[in-house]
Design a protein. Structure first.
Length: 257
């Protein structure tokens, strides 16, 4: 096992877990990393030839001028997710083979998660040009939680509690957290644009969660249109990070007499 002195982001004393500061990557720390995030977002939008309509919160295909569905945009984001999964699988294999230290692995994992969450937020808000400080802060809040989970994961690895297969499976699960940032950023855009109602759309799966300790997606969908912000976003429901649902927004219809 690598001596604690060699670790750059893990604790020097596991029994002080609750008292030590957690050292993580800042949201934006170098020009090179900022360029990498922007390049990912630019590539995402370029591949589908989109332009963003800020009034409707939707993308249009440049070649036809037609709107594309939110699920089509999410499929494009999944390309970025797949690339992140490949990177995470590779760096985790290096860890389990003893080719890198736990500290190096944790740093590279946190960097991949940062790029993934910020890319998702940019896609939800229509690209880097539409990102405001509050949008970066939302991504930062979710990343802070993910970094804490990653710290505990690294501690479990150092303690020898997980075998190579368990480490790979757990590392792969971290990419799912991006969906919460994406949907939360979409909601922020809806609020800023003047929408005032939302409803849940079930994700493309046959196993939708029901209410237990947390409210389930089936029950939220049955509620229909609700005041904007009234329902928990995907990732804060019974199915947690396994949620593939999306939110739909509208302006409340005027009453008719």
């Amino acid at each position: 096992m690598t001596p604690c002195a060699e670790r750059t982001v893990l604790s020097h004393a596991p029994h002080r877990r609750h008292n030590r500061p957690i050292r993580v990557n800042p949201l934006i720390d170098t020009t090179e990393q900022e360029k990498k995030k922007r390049d990912k977002s630019a590539l995402l939008l370029f591949l589908l030839e989109f332009e963003y309509d800020r009034a409707s919160l939707r993308y249009k295909r440049l070649s036809t001028g037609r709107y594309v569905s939110p699920r089509a945009v999410k499929r494009a984001i999944n390309r970025v997710i797949v690339n992140t999964q490949i990177e995470i699988r590779a760096v985790t294999e290096q860890l389990t083979k003893g080719q890198i230290t736990i500290g190096e692995w944790q740093y590279r994992m946190s960097a991949e998660l940062k790029n993934l969450h910020v890319s998702g937020a940019m896609a939800a808000r229509g690209g880097p040009a539409n990102m405001a400080g509050a949008d970066y802060l939302r991504a930062a809040r979710e990343l802070k939680s993910q970094y804490r989970y990653l710290q505990r994961f690294a501690d479990a690895i150092e303690a020898g509690q997980l075998d190579a297969k368990a480490i790979q499976n757990r590392a792969a699960s971290y990419v799912r957290s991006q969906h919460k940032t994406y949907e939360g950023s979409r909601r922020d855009g809806a609020i800023a644009t003047g929408f005032d109602e939302e409803r849940n759309l079930l994700g493309p799966t046959e196993r939708h969660c029901t209410t237990k300790l947390r409210i389930g997606c089936k029950e939220l969908t049955a509620k229909g249109w609700q005041p904007l912000g009234a329902m928990p976003i995907p990732g804060d429901r019974q199915c947690l990070m396994g949620c593939a649902c999306m939110l739909k927004f509208r302006r409340r219809p005027l009453p008719t007499f």
